[in-house]
Structures are given as structure tokens and as C-alpha cells.
Design a protein around this ligand. Structure first.
Ligand code: FMN
Length: 372
């Protein structure tokens, strides 16, 4: 028997066992109506479960209507959102992957048009809305400023995350991820580049960390003990005046105390002009730092595209899981192809029975000639 391939070893998070270390990173599909997921989400996410991933994460899903990036983003602000999501989680789980939900609020980055509808800020007449943030400072100077959130707004926001988490569990998600990255609302509170408050939620590190920690504790207290709860963080703002990986490692240790089970390690996007050194696996060192210093499972994401690269990250214990976004858009069967590339036999590679012939038989042979 061949030695286990690290990328295809299971990962245990609480009582949940993921079949391998490959996750589909959350990706906005801009295909929801009034926040309701539909056939697109079922087929898109379902294909990636069939494709062999261990975890399939639903896109940034607004805990309030104003928390959506665009009017076409998915939402979980009402009980009506539960039923269509159930169909999706049921399908994903039936095909061996764990469905995860990213709970999100876009803050000052909300009220935009979908990329293929121009990607610009929407005015009220175009279906847009007043955005909110830690401070009344826009993401870029050309945008109308967000409204600074009051203490009452903050309380309501925490309640909205809690209600979203409760609905996520009801919809069949065993994993919830709190979106604290990419310059969205919770990151806007975390970063000194976007938080200029003078109350308990701004200024010192302790104060800037307060909101995400309150959200984490409140969500943890709401959901069953076997629900896995984590956070995506921008580990650095790529700006000398912004958050650094050291800050994020401290925050991750605190979030562990607050009951979180993993950190999904991304970076950037709280400002528009940061110089990001994009390169293969460039964010992996953040996952390594966090798993080593905060001592909790860390997911690596960003320009992980090759089977050997992904396997190496797990083999060298640089991260506990790899998440893929664009590579999974190009190839929903990326995990199956990676398994074969790494020497795993098709029958052991999570290839669905219905697809086995496509993977077992000589894939270069010419089609068989018809008799006669
Ligand atoms: C189409 C698209 C939509 C995305 N939507 C989200 C999202 O909803 N939430 C999130 O945290 N990141 C989102 N991202 C970022 C990805 O999850 C991922 O972190 C990033 O693309 C880097 O990984 P990659 O190099 O494998 O693409 C999105 C990326 C793409 C390409």
C-alpha cells in the first residue's frame, strides 16, 4: 500500500471530519435574488462537491440586506433564506464534502453593482443604499462616505450575525466562517487605516479587536457545540500603518479563547492603494505563523494552483487546509485531478461512481469505432 498523501488525509474540526485538506474558497456569484440562492448556487457548489473538495464554502452572505456587496449577493437576514440553502447543503453533504457558510457584512464596500454590471457604486435610484462603517470615511475618495455606526447599530449588527449563524445551522451548515477580511465591515473596525473612532470600539488594539471578538463569542454561544466556527482575516494590510501579521496572530489567539476553531488566512483590501506582492502561495506564511503562535488550525489561500504545491503545504505543516478560488472556477474537478496526479487510484480518489469510467479508462485512446 502506498504511503498516505498528505493533501488527502482527513482533517478533524470539533466532531466533523473533512475527507481531505482541499476547500473551495468563498466566491461571490452575484446570482441571488433578494438574497435567495437558486439553481446557479446549487449547481456551482454541488459540482465542486462532486469534484472532490473536502469543504465547499458558500460566498460572502449578507447578515443584513445592507451588508451585501451588491443587490445580487446572497443573504441570510430572514428565515425565508433557509429553505433554498438546505437544498444546497444537502447535496454537498450527500457527495462527501462539508458545506460552509461565510457570514458577512460589507460595511463601506456595500451598495455596488456586480462586476459584469459595471462594478460601480449604486445610487439610491439604481437600487443602492447608505453604507455604514466604523468611521465616516469612504474606501476611495470618489465614493459617498459611509455613516459612522452608533453603539445601537453595533448591538444590532452583532444580533444580525447571531441570527445569521442560527439560520446557517438551520440550513444545514456544519461550518460557519465570520468574514473579518478584505476590507469589509469587521476588518474596517480592526484596521487603524479605516477605524478612527474614539469610543470603546476604536483607538487601542483592544478596542479595534472588540467588535469581531464580540461577534465571535455571540455566534459561538448561539450555535450547537458541534458547529465549527472560524474567521477569515486579512493577516496584513500591506501598509506600514496598518495591521501586521503579528497583530493578527495576537487577534487569532484571542479568537481562539473566544471559541473559534480555525482562522482562514487571507490579506489586504482595506485600502485601494496597498502594494500586494502577489506570487504563488504568497499568503501561506501567514497560515504558518498563526497555526504556530495562536495554536489553532489555519487555512492557507491565494494562488495555490498546483497539486504538488498544495500537497507540499500540508506535508510541511505550513497550513492545515488549502482553499482554492480561481483554480476551482477553472476546474471544479481540481481535487480529483490532483489526487490522480499525486498517485492515488481513481477508486480511492473520491471520484463519484457515475464518473469512474471517465477516470479509469485510457483517456488518450481514440473513441471506439462503431461496429459494422
Ligand atoms: C469571483 C470571486 C469571488 C470572490 N468572493 C469572495 C467572497 O465572497 N468572500 C471572500 O472571503 N473572498 C472572496 N474571494 C476571494 C477568494 O476567496 C480568494 O481568497 C482569492 O481569490 C485568492 O485565492 P485564489 O488565488 O485561489 O483565487 C473571491 C474571489 C473571486 C475570484
Amino acid at each position: 500500500m502506498s504511503a498516505a498523501v498528505p493533501l488527502f488525509t482527513p482533517l478533524k474540526l470539533r466532531n466533523l471530519t473533512l475527507r481531505n485538506r482541499i476547500g473551495v474558497s468563498p466566491m461571490c456569484q452575484y446570482s441571488a435574488v433578494e438574497g435567495m440562492s437558486g439553481d446557479w448556487h446549487l449547481v456551482h457548489l454541488g459540482s465542486r462537491a462532486i469534484g472532490g473538495a473536502g469543504l465547499v464554502m458558500m460566498e460572502a452572505t449578507g447578515v443584513t440586506p445592507e451588508g451585501r456587496i451588491t443587490p445580487d449577493c446572497s443573504g441570510i437576514w430572514s428565515d425565508a433564506h433557509i429553505e433554498p440553502l438546505k437544498r444546497i447543503t444537502g447535496f454537498i453533504a450527500e457527495h462527501g464534502a462539508a458545506p460552509a457558510l461565510q457570514l458577512a457584512h460589507a460595511g463601506r464596500k456595500a451598495s455596488m453593482a456586480a462586476p459584469w454590471k459595471g462594478g460601480k457604486r449604486l445610487s439610491a435610484s439604481e437600487g443602492g443604499w447608505q453604507t455604514v462603517s466604523a468611521s465616516a470615511v469612504p474606501f476611495t475618495p470618489d465614493l459617498a462616505p459611509p455613516r459612522e455606526m452608533s453603539a445601537d447599530d453595533i448591538k444590532k449588527l452583532i444580533d444580525a450575525f447571531v441570527a445569521g449563524a442560527r439560520r446557517g445551522v438551520a440550513a444545514g451548515f456544519p461550518i460557519l466562517e465570520i468574514h473579518g477580511a478584505h476590507g469589509y465591515l469587521l476588518h474596517q473596525f480592526l484596521s487603524p487605516l479605516s477605524n478612527f473612532r474614539t469610543d470603546d470600539y476604536g483607538g487601542s488594539e483592544e478596542n479595534r479587536f472588540r467588535l469581531i471578538r464580540e461577534v465571535a463569542r455571540a455566534v459561538r454561544a448561539e450555535v450547537p457545540s458541534d458547529t465549527v466556527v472560524g474567521a477569515r482575516l486579512s493577516c496584513t494590510d500591506w501598509d506600514e500603518k496598518g495591521l501586521t501579521i503579528k497583530d493578527t496572530a495576537r487577534l487569532s489567539a484571542l479568537l481562539k479563547e473566544d471559541g473559534l476553531d480555525f482562522i482562514d488566512c487571507s490579506s489586504g483590501f482595506v485600502t485601494a492603494d496597498a502594494k500586494v506582492p502577489f506570487a504563488p502561495g504568497f499568503q501561506v506564511p501567514f497560515a504558518t505563523e498563526i497555526r504556530e503562535t495562536a495554536k489553532l488550525p489555519a487555512f492557507a489561500v491565494g494562488l495555490i494552483t498546483e497539486a504538488a504545491q498544495a500537497n507540499d503545504i500540508i506535508a510541511k505543516e505550513q497550513a492545515d487546509m488549502v482553499l482554492l478560488a480561481r483554480a476551482e472556477l477553472r476546474d471544479p474537478y481540481w481535487p480529483l485531478h490532483a489526487a490522480l496526479e499525486l498517485g492515488i487510484a481513481p477508486v480511492d480518489a473520491n471520484v463519484p461512481a457515475q464518473y469512474l469510467r471517465g477516470f479509469q479508462e485510457n483517456r488518450t485512446a481514440a473513441p471506439r469505432k462503431k461496429a459494422g
